[in-house]
Design a protein around this ligand. Sequence first.
Ligand SMILES: [Zn+2]
Length: 185
Amino acid sequence: MARPAPSALKYLSGYAPALLAQVQERIGEGSLGRLLLARYPAAHAVRTDGALYDYVHELKAQFMRRSEPLSKVAYDNKLHIVRNALGTHTTISRVQGGKLKAKREIRVAGVMREVPDEWLRMIVVHELAHLRIREHDKAFYALCTHIEPAYHQHEFDLRLYLTHLDLGGQPLWPAPAAGGAQATD
Ligand SMILES: [Zn+2]
């Protein structure tokens, strides 16, 4: 079977060649999706912006209590997950009562609505860490791995999934059918 063109691994640039060779092998076997499903059997249940808001604030209360409050948390289907560095964090300056007030927003790419909890958590940890550190530097990733020790593993696995989708693979965690009979709690 043909090896995929190097561009097929665009979500994985920067990882070690030996690791990428293993990924190429999985792709060649067509087993990348199966591998991810075995490792992550289920998706999270954070479906709405409201649920995402609560999810983010729970993590923030636990690890970033003293950081400034967030004005908005939402899924954004227009966000491109990689171009926007896995998510976006914006600071909007508004004049309020004569004082310039910065408002922090966290937007999460729509594709993250239907992924395992570990990956959503990883993205949220990334965005929360930006409340304290703006750049993607050593201190930034130290903070990410302090909050979530498996941060790098989860980011890599998310990138494997994006690669799977990019190669025409089906979504692995479809949303439950609308109006389905199953109750959730
Ligand atoms: Zn970032």
